[in-house]
Design a protein around this ligand. Structure first.
Ligand SMILES: C[S@@+](CC[C@H](N)C(=O)[O-])C[C@H]1O[C@@H](n2cnc3c(N)ncnc32)[C@H](O)[C@@H]1O
Length: 538
């Protein structure tokens, strides 16, 4: 493995371990006369594997292999394997040589990972034009691996196969939604191999191996979960063939759901279409909390507020999800938080010129200016830097980053909330106490694991858009005792909460069987444990 310096990082120069290259080559190469493309071949990890494979199968180099590499020095190393090496940009080569021809039987590789703003503009322009030509909508979040993947697929012959190392974010990021849809419709068979341990030692990047066959008698998608490279080395291709297939549903949904068994997936899909379960958007609106622009100025503990005589200018706020342990935020809990010295007060003076505010508020603002807080970007763009724009006050909050599971918190204290949580406003006629009480149930938790995103750290993150897709079974919710659930939540007894809500909402409300409820539990736990296990990966 090479050392990673700034230059290598900028060109996305992380090379593929030979175990992975050997495996993908073993899977993809089937015939001595096929044409093979490696669109960003680096120093030739895949070319070396191809050469070894050809020699072992056919004793000599028989395939037509083309490698492309932008970096001339690295390209020179690749040339040592005796294949055709093009020194230059893949997208330019694609536009000039590949487009309209689409003839490669096999594409193998590990495209660079470079964020939009770091992609060389001249290559990005070509890449994005080509993407648009094929009906995609690249944007400022598009990472270069995406056009590499999509155009590599486009370069395949009718019966082609692709074996690529792809960032695991393919599974869940919004900017890859079109790609998921495209892959589902352009390949008969997709296999995703994932690893429990990171396989690139020197980058904290989780990768998956994407194996796609444009034509296959086996149709569908399957996810093979391996522990590490060791397991890949011993992975017989028949293991892959015998892994359960799921139907490709041609949607841009996140792919995390394919970790589930067919039976689990069917149940979830059935419940997702069950009109008796309420959609979030029929219950509440959700939006981001306040962005202060400078927490060191705007947030304060109660002692500071009193010392500075600013009791009327500060309002209660929740600024961290750990501050509320239950599912109800009451006035008395807020008092406790204040007493404990937590920063649960936010500076919210009247929206007036500084000279019209109280003397203590004026002093406080001047202190902030001496510290330079008014120069922060978020503050500087405001008409009055010390006035945080606000909209509606939340009836409830939703956790933005969940560890075990997301929860809704009823805002009985009328507190404000920062953007570490989301704010919720119930629609007219909706009883927010019932929604909050019903939120923690096995179905909603299972569904939430397929909606949220989880990166390296193990937490499950929800943006408002994902919280709008939540569904909550509300039939029978009026029987739930919210105080009891609040207490169980404070005691960390989530199994008891689920036992209670399952009974009322799932068995009695929806008439689910014990087997179905157990399946929901297993979906939730499987997906939760999978992401939490990522935490230990170093
Ligand atoms: C992640 S490395 C992988 C290299 C090799 N495929 C492997 O698996 O070891 C990505 C490579 O893409 C090259 N690269 C970056 N931008 C490129 C472009 N526009 N066209 C062709 N190659 C590019 C980088 O120089 C780097 O060698």
């Amino acid at each position: 493995m090479k050392t990673i310096d700034g230059y290598n990082k900028l060109r996305g120069g992380y090379y593929t371990p030979s175990d992975i290259a050997d495996f993908l080559v073993r899977w993809a190469m089937r015939d001595p006369l096929e044409s093979i493309l490696e669109p960003s071949c680096g120093d030739g990890s895949f070319l070396s594997a191809i050469q070894k494979r050809e020699k072992s199968l056919w004793k000599t180099q028989t395939n037509t292999v083309t490698g492309i590499e932008l970096d001339a020095e690295e390209a020179k190393k690749s040339a040592a394997y005796g294949y055709e090496i093009v020194v230059g940009d893949f997208f330019t080569y694609y536009r000039n040589e590949i487009e309209e021809r689409c003839f490669y039987d096999v594409v193998l590789g590990n495209p660079p990972f470079i964020r939009y703003q770091n992609i060389d503009e001249k290559y990005r322009a070509i890449a994005f034009d080509l993407m648009k030509k094929h009906g995609f909508h690249p944007n400022r979040l598009t990472n270069i691996w995406l056009p590499f993947l999509l155009l590599s697929c486009e370069a395949l012959s009718e019966n082609g196969r692709i074996g690529m190392v792809i960032p695991a974010e393919l599974f869940q990021v919004d900017y890859a939604a079109e790609a998921r849809n495209y892959l589902s419709s352009h390949f008969d068979q997709l296999t995703l191999i994932t690893f429990k341990k990171l396989v690139f030692d020197d980058i904290q990047q989780e990768v998956v191996l994407l194996l796609g066959e444009k034509q296959s008698d086996q149709k569908g998608i399957r996810v093979v979960e391996l522990n590490n490279l060791e397991e890949l080395n011993h992975c017989d291709l028949s293991i892959i063939r015998h892994t359960e297939q799921k139907k490709l549903d041609h949607s841009s949904d996140k792919w995390v759901k394919y970790y589930l068994t067919r039976e689990e997936l069917n149940l979830l899909q059935r419940l997702n279409n069950d009109p008796r379960i309420s959609n979030a958007m029929d219950l509440y609106e959700v939006n981001v909390g306040l962005v202060s622009g400078e927490n060191d100025f705007f947030l304060a503990d109660w002692t500071t507020v009193v010392e500075r005589n600013l009791q009327t200018e500060f309002q209660p706020i929740i600024s961290r999800s750990e501050q509320v342990r239950g599912i109800i935020l009451s006035d008395s809990e807020l008092d406790d938080l204040r007493r404990d010295g937590k920063r649960v007060s936010i500076f919210m003076p009247d929206n007036l010129p500084i000279e019209d505010l109280s003397v203590s508020a004026q002093d406080y603002i001047r202190w902030g200016e001496q510290k330079g807080f008014n120069k922060n970007y978020k503050c500087r763009i405001r008409k009055r830097w010390y006035i945080i724009p606000t909209t509606w006050t939340a009836d409830a909050f939703l956790i933005r980053q969940a560890n075990l599971y997301p929860k809704m918190i009823l805002n009985s204290a009328g507190a404000l909330v920062t953007d570490t949580l989301h704010k919720v406003r119930f629609l007219d006629g909706v009883d927010g106490r019932l929604v909050t009480a019903a939120f923690i149930n096995a179905y909603t938790l299972a569904l939430s694991e397929t909606l949220g995103r989880s990166y390296g750290g193990g937490v499950l993150t929800f943006e408002p858009g994902e919280m709008r897709k939540i569904r909550i079974p509300m039939i029978g919710a009026e029987k739930l005792d919210i105080m009891r659930i609040d207490q169980l939540q404070r005691d960390g007894e989530y199994e008891k909460i689920l036992f209670y809500t399952d009974q009322v909402l799932l068995y009695e409300g929806l008439g689910l069987s014990e087997h179905e409820v157990n399946l929901l539990h297993s979906i939730w736990k499987k997906m939760r444990d999978r992401r939490l296990s990522r935490k230990q990966v170093v």
